[in-house]
Design a protein around this ligand. Structure first.
Ligand SMILES: Cc1ncc(C[n+]2csc(CCOP(=O)(O)OP(=O)(O)O)c2C)c(N)n1
Ligand code: SF4
Ligand code: SF4
Length: 1314
């Protein structure tokens, strides 16, 4: 192990004392500062000791530009950096790429489906196949995207049955969908490898992050399970898995930690493909492949598989497979040995690292083992005798091999699981180890019993640091170790969590990293390019011969959120599967982060910090910085650099993209590479990365690189910052009022989470069922816009269109009386309101500058040039105050018909400030939905962008009105949303019917004189009983009943029972919402069933024409010729996708489904009408919504979504229609109404505005031209068909429902149905 242990003598002494006492750990307090070791803050004014790898910087004069030539080197690449293996073999890549390389090399067929974080593996093999890359058998892999993981597993099973070498990539919910076929594949003893980025499961919440819940949920399927603990292992174990499956005929699930390993970039030594080829050409493998193929389904030597068996034989057949599992362990060892012979890296299924005579051993699986290994090194260097047993092979388990790996001296064993099995006697690995040890002890009577405890760590990528591992050892060595514990969190409810280590507190700054490791953190904003630039940087560094590691942490915002890039590099191999704790170099790419987040807590004393700020002068900065930050800077004494990177980016034509400026500065200040060569490599990588976007973009980025360093300013930290103090800030009354009853959740949970302090929250603050209160986005105030719109009253015609199109509900009309305006801030100007019933009021358009994303859609939409985008700083203070005031005005929703464009915007949007991308085309539909029906809306939301911007804790954009009513929103899964929504509707209807009966009984009892109630209550109940299905009148009566029931509920148990169910007096409307991936693909079966159900439910499909949430993979809504991911090979086959599936036609074919195809941006009135009609229709309604998305690559940006959508409709690409079965065809009235009647504009020219169509145009203009022509023909043909339908040529556009019904088939009596 290369870990260096920079430990102080006092720490050593205290450890030795502790082990000598063999008792509970003494409270040693924090270890004292050691040379190069404990990175505590230095005393005021004293520079910190240099960290390893540092060379004092030749400084830039304070507050002067740093000349490009100045030597401000901080990192020294040691001579040994490139020693060892030939550089060509050592490359930085992430775990997904490391795995995909091997999977591609040895497989012929793959069926894929996107799911984070495994998606990238599918993307890579798809891309390589499209490029014609050959595998070791000389074949180009056949890669097919399926409609779901169920489909992928079924197809995989089929390909295997046909004798192919097939593979797939998945995790989490995707893996769960594969379970039935996993049993089949294993049951048929089929060689196959599934590569899994182990991920949490959706329980109380979905999480895309890593743990072992998914793989542990399939451990019973009969697949071997081999775990990789690092990026290098992901590469090596991938090959071991493919070899071992061929050897054993047992299918292998190869897994590694999602994100931590799948997305960590690390320098690895790759296995040359010729070596893999040579291995597979051994007779053993040739025979194994031949054997697999000889078993394939083939009519020339047929056999039958998948029979039905009874009690007589099924059991024996299952047991018959034992010998394959018994032999599998040896096959794994043999495969590991073969790989070792080729690579020099040897592995064991169970591998022990630590003291040979260890008394205490931790057993663990996955990347966490590396943190434990660091802890073991630390403890053993300080007098303890401990070790770690790394489990790689979890299934089939080998008792003997495990026991052989465990040192005989081990008296105490702690098993760490990265999963949770609620209610079990212990997690799976713990139970496995207990069983082994129990059996071993039982087999040897009188043998020493080992003490075993188990605990959990790292769920959903929770950080697991060496200090946590030390705490685990401390617990194990204590007189009464905590069992069934958790580590890394504070459980103050069931008190199962371990306390922080006394020997190595998490924040002590003790490094267990190899000497000379340089650590960097880059704080960026989602979509600002920081992550991409850092990926390139670490590759440049790694390719230059240093060992490199990079990991990227994100929040859940689709854009405008926080990203932190964690980079490490140095001369020695870097394991460290955890975030940077003490950065030598920190870049803060947005100045607001200094105030919003505790960025500097992770800065090493004396390190370098670079801030992108408009305040490049210390005096100005001093006014801006919060006192806390000044004090931190004064204490840490970093070398502080300021740069107005945004100005450099703007001047270079890059808009707000500061990433290349900050990257150049990094290379300049870190000195990781000679600056000239670094700049050369950076420019080269820019040219490659932006090639697709054209030479202009490349030139602009190069210009930014050239201009960066001269804009850098070195700042001295004023001495008086050490004594800075700020007055405490009290939230404004408006903010308090907005928080309302949610205040406790907001203060205890939401605010700390938003400040990125969620890790520190104890268990007790969270609602255990994961429910979230509404309206928490109102407190976020993200201030991400560089420019915001301001209102020019003189031009405004009061159409409310700006508010209609705003994706974030950040601009709204305000109506105020003269009296109310008396209390307005001075800048809150207003004009007389126009329209019937509004004459007494004043009107204003108000923007919330702190919630606006600066997308510019509203300024584009405004037909009267009444909005102007201005830099946020110029209006922030005044407009924020205006917004706060406008929020105090009463809602005047009844003054206009809400089912009109203008009237809808006088309704409070009950979704606001979501974390969707700037200009997102999905959110305005949902916003309008909440304005039309928000106070009675129940939403079943499929997983997808809409569930992420709509439900990422703690940000809940769904909010309530003054009454406390608002959308009740739930996400079940991706695949089951239609059925989930149907279930909600069925349950609600059934309960309401019971309530209605109950009211009838009450009224009858009242008439009979057995219940006494007031006349008012009786009359209101009677009226409600007649109007209960009318959402307007019935709900008004329901509201009126609440106080009456409250007053009289004690009079009779029947009244009390009615009071208990009073929320059902309100008629709800159920909307099933999701994206096209859900509706057209994975959820289509369920959706189809709901369409046929006749239930009174509404379905809203937000059609972005790709799987937006997972990065833009093709769905069956993707149009012909649009290039989407997971379909890279199609262009090569001269065809880019089948034509888009016509979901509207399918739905209309039922004849009793209301169907609308609409585009909010193209026709505001149409969408409003369609939603209102759909809701009113007493059956299933389907509204298909054209939703522009950043994935479309609109060349003039998302601000042009309105113009683009109008063209999409004008050209016939996206038709506007409504099919309303309530309208009976009578020759005059037609159920089908075509609302985009005339085609105009040129389809080809519209297509040229969007990159998704342009990619093919650039690559294969002929094929693109042909497809565009086909599309044009199809659009015209469809338009003609629609015209006929609209004229009543056919009452039901496709087949009448009756005609589609299959002849009724009667089941044979006595058949065995499965
Ligand atoms: C069973 C399963 N497979 C895959 C995923 C990963 N996943 C989450 S959202 C999504 C795509 C959503 O696309 P779409 O329905 O079009 O909605 P959009 O993101 O475009 O709004 C995928 C593949 C999942 N959550 N569950
Ligand atoms: S710029 Fe965008 S986010 Fe801001 S108010 Fe206008 S439409 Fe809304
Ligand atoms: S649908 Fe597109 S624009 Fe909207 S949040 Fe998703 S990726 Fe962003």
């Amino acid at each position: 192990m290369e870990t260096s242990l920079h430990t102080s003598r006092r720490v050593v002494k205290s450890l030795k004392d502790e082990s000598a006492r063999k008792a509970s750990l003494p409270s040693v307090g924090r270890p004292s500062v050691a040379k190069h070791a404990v990175r505590a803050a230095p005393p005021d004014g004293v520079a910190a000791p240099p960290a390893p790898g540092y060379k004092p910087a030749a400084d830039v004069p304070a507050s002067t530009p740093a000349a490009p030539s100045s030597n401000v080197v901080t990192f020294t690449a040691p001579k040994s950096a490139s020693s060892g293996k030939p550089a060509s073999k050592e490359v930085p890549m992430d775990g997904n790429e490391a795995t995909a390389h091997v999977a591609y090399a040895v497989s012929d067929v793959s069926f894929i489906y996107p799911i984070t974080p495994a998606t990238n593996m599918g993307e890579m093999v798809d891309q390589w196949a499209a490029e014609g890359r050959k595998n070791v058998f000389g074949n180009v892999m056949s890669v097919t995207e399926m409609e779901s993981e169920t489909g992928a597993a079924g197809a995989l099973h089929g390909a295997l049955a046909a004798g192919s070498l097939a593979t797939s990539f998945t995790c989490s919910q995707g893996l769960l969908l594969m379970v039935p076929n996993m049993y089949k594949i294993a049951g048929e003893l089929t060689p196959c490898v599934l590569h899994v980025t182990a991920r949490a499961l959706a329980k109380h919440a979905l999480s895309i992050f890593g743990d072992h819940q998914d793989v542990m949920a399939v451990r019973q399927t009969g697949w071997a399970m081999l775990c990789s603990h690092s990026v290098q292992e992901a590469h090596d174990m991938a090959l071991v898995s493919h070899l071992a499956t061929l050897r054993s005929s047992v299918p292998f699930l190869h897994f590694f930690d999602g994100f931590r390993t799948s997305h960590e970039i690390n320098t690895i030594a790759t296995i040359p493909e010729p070596a893999i080829k040579e291995l597979l050409s051994k007779p053993l493998y040739r025979d194994a492949i031949q054997h697999h193929r000889s078993r394939a389904l083939n009519p020339t030597h047929p056999h039958q598989r998948g029979t039905a068996q009874g009690p007589d034989v099924y059991f024996q057949c299952i047991e018959g497979a034992n010998r394959f599992y018994d032999a599998a362990y040896e096959h794994v060892v043999a495969a590991m040995d073969e790989v070792a012979a080729v690579t020099g890296r040897s592995y064991k299924p169970y591998e022990y690292v630590g003291a040979a005579d260890a008394t205490d051993v931790v057993v663990v699986m996955g990347s966490g083992s590396q943190a434990v290994e660091e802890a073991v090194g630390f403890l053993n260097a300080n007098g303890r005798k401990v070790g770690v047993l790394k489990v790689r092979l979890f299934r089939p388990w080998s008792n003997d091999a495990f026991l052989a790996a465990l040192p005989p001296s081990a008296a105490r064993v702690c098993v760490l699981d990265r999963t949770k099995e609620s209610g079990s006697a212990g997690e799976p690995l713990y139970q496995q180890v207990c069983a082994v040890l129990h059996e071993a002890e039982a087999a040897e009577p009188g043998s020493r019993r080992r003490y075993v405890v188990g605990g959990r760590f790292g769920l959903a990528s929770k950080e697991f640091l060496p200090s946590h591992a030390v705490a685990v050892f401390e617990n194990l060595a204590s007189p009464r170790p905590l069992r069934d514990f958790s580590v890394g969190i504070v459980d103050d409810v069931t008190h199962r969590s371990l306390p922080d280590s006394a020997l190595l507190p998490p924040d002590a700054g003790v490094s267990t990293l190899p000497p000379g490791t340089f650590e960097c953190m880059f704080w960026g904003m989602g979509s600002d390019g920081t992550v991409g630039a850092n990926k390139e940087a670490i590759k440049i560094i790694g390719n230059a011969g240093l060992q490199a590691q990079a990991y990227f942490s994100y929040d859940a915002k689709k854009s405008g959120g926080v990203t932190v890039s964690h980079l490490r590099f140095g001369p020695h191999k870097i394991a460290a599967p955890y975030l940077v704790q003490q950065a030598d170099y920190m870049a803060i790419n947005h100045q607001s982060y200094l105030a919003k987040y505790d960025t500097l807590v992770n800065l090493k004393p004396g390190g370098v910090v670079v801030v992108n700020t408009t305040f490049t002068d210390v005096a100005a900065l001093s006014k801006y910085l919060p006192a806390k930050v000044k004090k931190q800077l004064a204490s840490l004494q970093p070398r502080l650099y300021l740069i107005d990177a945004a100005a450099v980016a703007r001047a270079s034509g890059l808009g707000k993209h500061v990433n290349m400026v900050m990257q150049t500065v990094f290379f300049q200040l870190s000195g990781v590479l000679p600056i000239d060569s670094a700049i050369g490599l950076l420019k080269k990588s820019i040219a490659k990365a932006y090639e697709r976007k054209g030479p202009e973009v490349v030139a602009k980025n190069h210009a930014a690189v050239d201009a960066a360093v001269s804009a850098l300013v070195r700042a001295d930290i004023p001495a008086d910052w050490a004594a800075a103090e700020t007055a405490p800030v009290n939230p404004s009354p408006a903010a308090k009022a907005a928080a309302g009853s949610r205040l406790e959740f907001i203060e205890r949970v939401a605010r700390p989470m938003l400040a990125l302090q969620g890790d520190k929250l104890p268990v007790s603050v969270f609602p255990p069922e994961g429910f979230a209160p509404p309206g928490t986005t109102a407190i976020e105030k993200r201030a991400v816009a560089a420019a915001v719109p301001v209102w020019k009253a003189e031009n405004c015609t009061q159409c409310n269109i700006c508010s209609f199109v705003c994706p974030h509900a950040a601009i709204r009309p305000a109506l105020a009386s003269a009296a109310e305006l008396a209390g307005a801030p001075p800048a809150f100007t207003a004009i007389p309101a126009k329209g019937p019933g509004l004459s007494e009021l004043q009107y204003r358009i108000q923007v919330s500058p702190l919630d606006c994303t600066g997308c510019d859609l509203c300024t584009h939409a405004c037909p009267d040039d009444a909005l102007q985008s201005v830099p946020i700083a110029s209006v922030l203070e005044a407009e924020a105050a205006n917004w706060d005031f406008s929020m105090t005005l009463p809602e005047r929703k009844d003054l206009m018909d809400k089912a009109t464009v203008k009237g809808s915007q006088l309704q409070q949007p009950l979704i606001e400030f979501s974390g969707a991308c700037e200009g997102c085309g999905e959110t305005p539909y949902v916003k309008l939905l909440t304005q039309l029906f928000g106070d009675r809306l129940i939403m079943a939301n499929a997983t997808g962008c809409s569930s992420i911007w709509g439900g990422s804790a703690p940000a809940n954009p769904y909010t309530t009105n003054a009454e406390g009513y608002g959308p009740a929103w739930a996400n079940s899964l991706f695949e089951d949303n239609a059925q989930f929504g149907l279930g909600i509707a069925t349950g609600t209807v059934q309960r309401r019917e019971a309530l209605h009966r109950h009211v009838g009984e009450l009224l009858a009892a009242d008439a009979a004189g057995t219940v006494h109630m007031s006349a008012e209550l009786r009359d209101t109940l009677a009226s409600w009983s007649s109007a209960w299905q009318d959402p307007e009148a019935g709900n008004a009566l329901g509201r009126a009943l609440q106080p009456l029931l409250e007053a009289e509920r004690g009079a009779h148990p029947l009244l009390q029972a009615l009071w208990a169910e009073r929320d059902l007096l309100h008629k709800a409307t159920v909307w099933i919402v999701g994206g096209d991936g859900w509706a057209y693909d994975i959820g289509f079966g369920g959706l189809d069933h709901v369409l046929a159900s006749g239930a009174n439910v509404n379905i809203l499909v937000l059609d972005t024409e790709v799987y937006s949430n997972t990065g833009g993979q093709r769905s069956k809504a993707t149009p012909l010729s649009a290039v989407a991911k997971f379909a890279a090979g199609e262009a090569g086959r001269g065809r880019q996708g089948p034509p888009k599936k016509d979901l509207g036609a399918i739905a209309m074919s039922y004849g009793d489904v209301y169907v609308a195809s609409t585009s909010l941006h193209a026709n505001y009135g149409h969408v409003t009408k369609a939603l209102a009609e759909a809701e009113r229709y007493p059956g299933v309604s389907l509204v298909l919504c054209y939703a522009p998305c950043i994935m479309h690559g609109i060349s003039s940006g998302m601000c042009s979504a309105i113009e683009e959508s109008k063209m999409a409709v004008d050209t016939g690409y996206w038709p506007l229609y409504r099919y309303n079965p309530s309208i009976k065809e009578d020759g005059v009235h037609h159920p089908f109404q075509l609302d985009s009647k005339r085609l105009k504009g040129d389809l080809e020219s519209w297509l040229s505005h969007e990159n998704r169509f342009n990619i093919l145009n650039r690559k294969q203009p002929e094929a693109a031209g042909r497809m565009h022509h086909d599309m044009d023909d199809a659009v015209h043909a469809r338009h003609d068909r629609f015209k006929h339908l609209a004229a009543g040529d056919l009452a039901k556009p496709m087949q009448p429902a009756e005609a589609q019904k299959p002849p009724h088939s009667k089941g044979d009596a006595g058949c065995s149905c499965h």
